[in-house]
Design a protein around this ligand. Sequence first.
Ligand SMILES: Cc1cc2nc3c(=O)[nH]c(=O)nc-3n(C[C@H](O)[C@H](O)[C@H](O)COP(=O)(O)OP(=O)(O)OC[C@H]3O[C@@H](n4cnc5c(N)ncnc54)[C@H](O)[C@@H]3O)c2cc1C
Length: 291
Amino acid sequence: MYDIASIYEAKSVDDAVRALKEDPGALVIAGGTDVLIKVREGRLAGCRLVSIHGLSEELSGVELRSNGDIEIGPLTTFRGITESPVIQAHIPVLGEAADQAGGPQLRAAGTIGGNVCNGITSADSASTLTALDARLRVKGPRGEREIPISQWYQGVGKVNLAPYELLVKLVIPRENYEGYTGHYIKYAMRSAMDIATLGVSCLVKLDGETVDDVSLAFGVAGPVPMRAYGAEAAVRGLPIAQAVREIGRAALEDVTPRDSWRASKAFRLQLVEELSGRALAEAARKGGAAV
Ligand SMILES: Cc1cc2nc3c(=O)[nH]c(=O)nc-3n(C[C@H](O)[C@H](O)[C@H](O)COP(=O)(O)OP(=O)(O)OC[C@H]3O[C@@H](n4cnc5c(N)ncnc54)[C@H](O)[C@@H]3O)c2cc1C
């Protein structure tokens, strides 16, 4: 039994913004895979919902713009991300990350927008979007604004969305993916249908066998998805084999994991150290390095 007081099906993004403004307590629902669980558990019992589920024309799909930027509609499902020819051709690591969320039913219903708007550090798309330095375009009563993902996560379950704002686009600037290869590792206690104990996403740009540039990001290594800027700086310019050996130890200085019922802080630190090197090695192999 779902205890929902009302649900309004928005006709357009502007209509959704208007409906949210008219009913300040109402909550956006997209795929519903988070919201409906909370309703069912009673945490959102009696809620009022504004559904954007029907706005696929405005809010779904992946597009390669003429300037090379990739624009992703927030209603694009995990499966839509993985199967997108644009993602497969230009940022396959994001499709691989999306493909590790939940099971087939979840990937057919859950959206990438919901995955970043829930503000959860374990979200499978979040560390790769963080490594890609994605930009999040939101729309509210005062128009649009664009937020770098580094300023998006504001605490556990809290994101940089003002009242009545909707996420309307995720933008991956061309310079953030072109020339890079990437790899995402989800460490979980089970190999399917489990939330990440730790997620690590690494992008690397090679100059022969040397690291020209690297971007390393984690989920569950702190309260929000995070970049490991110190580790990146430590291995830039190093031969790739040396970088693979050193990046994990350097990353320990960047992260702030905690104990949870899923895993201890000590275990998460061990994962950070070990998986950073593995993710970098695999990303470099995809870029042609013999490491
Ligand atoms: C069985 C199960 C397994 C799961 N496994 C995983 C997993 O392995 N990995 C993983 O990362 N996640 C997992 N999840 C979590 C979930 O599927 C994702 O977080 C999903 O991406 C949420 O998307 P949604 O469209 O269903 O969001 P919804 O439930 O519709 O919304 C989620 C939140 O985002 C807000 N929101 C959604 N879209 C917008 C928007 N465009 N603008 C503003 N706010 C918005 C909503 O208001 C709500 O607060 C699992 C969930 C279930 C039920």
